[in-house]
Design a protein around this ligand. Structure first.
Ligand SMILES: Cc1cc2nc3c(=O)[nH]c(=O)nc-3n(C[C@H](O)[C@H](O)[C@H](O)COP(=O)(O)O)c2cc1C
Length: 423
């Protein structure tokens, strides 16, 4: 906990004795000074632009715009995408919070313009009265008391993930300063599954294979089978989903928290993943299989290797990583491993049954330009929303106004933690 936050906590305890109103005031002040990283997005699919507003990024972080734009380009790619990606060229523009390639500690505003900007043209964005199953259309139209699903779908659209990727890629710029790296890919599409394991030693080779794959899967045989599956869906005017996977390397032990349910890093990662449009499940480490096995086959025994003492794991080693790098909501020095399940795209070329909201008469669902599969893009989104959550936990643990201060807190902690039991 930073020194000034400690001061406010103790003044909060003193206030408890003096007057309850002061307690509330102290808690409000405490909440407002607790360092965290957050963001919010705005923008419609066919509005002028998408924007993200970030707060809490420390001063002095080098911003790698090329990295951010590369992630935006990857989000636009993948096998089975629809026509929208041919129209757009997503490039980030920074409007605030960055000077000469570095963050300056103030809120950061970033924007990605939409070329397909036609929200105010009624002919180009006609009303949609026949809600598409699997979309926000029906629930949103009823919620906002309209028979036109247009405004709901404009905001619910995954076009919004563009700026979530930009925000996450900016968070990656911070993680890079602490040697934390993330590798995301597509594990399966339909019944085609990549057969490979990821380790700290082989992930860079896999990354090269992933970048050579149209589906973003580093197993060439699986890549071919995934494309076949997507082609079959296209012929049948149907759609595909799949599973994305993400590995995070280099996290020090102890980021996240076991103190509160929403401070747990596993809880935040799960929320970030299911917060992506069309994601319906998350697994950490061994995932749902833990429920089927005895404890002796699940929990990762702890060892110590002095040769690894000066790494972020501090030398605490495991032969297995079934916990996926997280125990008690905190990092345990092993790589974080996350899987996310994406349902098949909801807009089908052969529309499903629906009703017309104006008449309640049976009708075919409306149609909007759509992907057959967006699993590759979704893997990029998942990688970047997880990056943001890891960066957030890092900022909370090593709070500092500047990168210099944060780094010094980080080094001080690693030294103290490394000396545990040795005094
Ligand atoms: C990267 C990405 C691209 C997507 N593209 C489409 C698409 O082209 N057509 C479509 O119907 N759904 C698409 N989706 C899924 C919908 O946005 C999503 O199913 C819908 O907003 C309803 O949300 P829900 O599935 O979370 O309930 C995409 C999702 C992601 C993550």
């Amino acid at each position: 906990m930073p020194k000034d936050a400690r001061l406010i906590v103790s003044s909060g305890i003193a206030a408890l004795v003096i007057a309850p109103s002061l307690v509330i005031a102290s808690l409000v002040i405490y909440t407002s000074v607790m360092a965290t990283l957050m963001y919010r997005t705005a923008g419609e699919s066919h509005g002028p632009a998408l924007i993200a507003l970030l707060e809490g990024m420390p001063h002095g972080v080098p911003v790698d715009a090329e990295l951010i734009n590369r992630e935006l380009l990857r989000r636009q790619g993948g096998y089975g995408r629809g026509g929208r990606q041919k129209i757009e060229t997503d490039i980030v523009q920074f409007l605030a919070g960055i000077r000469m390639g570095k963050t300056i500690g103030s809120p950061i505003a970033l924007m990605v313009p939409n070329k397909d900007n036609r929200l105010d043209d009624p002919a180009a964005t006609p009303p949609l009265h026949r809600p598409r199953p699997g979309h926000a259309d029906l629930a949103g139209a009823v919620k906002w008391l309209t028979t036109d699903c247009r405004e709901v779908l404009e905001r619910a659209s995954a076009r919004e993930t563009t700026v979530r990727v930009a925000a996450g890629a900016l968070a990656k710029c911070l993680l890079k300063q602490f040697g934390i790296e993330i590798f995301g890919f597509v594990r399966s599409v339909g019944d085609a599954t990549g057969k490979f394991s990821v380790t700290p030693a082989n992930w860079r080779e896999l990354l090269v294979l992933r970048d050579a794959s149209e589906v973003y899967c580093p197993d060439p045989a699986a890549d071919a089978a995934m494309k076949d599956f997507i082609n079959v869906q296209k012929q049948n005017k149907d759609t595909a989903g799949g599973i994305c996977e993400c590995h995070i390397f280099g996290c020090p032990i102890g980021i996240g928290s076991c103190l509160t349910w929403d401070g747990r890093l596993d809880s935040r990662i799960a929320a970030a993943v299911v917060g992506i449009q069309a994601f319906k499940g998350v697994e950490i480490g061994m995932g749902f299989d833990v429920a089927r096995l005895p404890g002796s086959k699940v929990h990762d025994e702890i060892g110590f290797d002095p040769a690894q003492k000066n790494t972020p794991s501090l030398g605490f080693v495991r032969k297995t990583n079934n916990a996926g790098g997280l125990e008690g909501g905190m990092t345990n020095g092993q790589p974080i491993v996350v899987k996310g399940a994406m349902k098949p795209i909801s807009t089908l070329g052969k529309p499903l049954a629906s009703v017309d909201l104006r008449t309640k008469e049976k009708s075919e669902a409306g149609w909007e330009r759509s992907d057959i599969s967006a699993i590759s893009a979704a893997s990029v989104v998942m990688e970047n929303v997880i990056a943001f959550e890891v960066a957030r936990a890092l900022v909370e643990k090593f709070a500092g106004d500047s990168l210099t201060e944060m780094r010094s807190n980080y080094e001080h902690y690693l030294k103290a933690a490394g000396n545990l039991g040795e005094s």
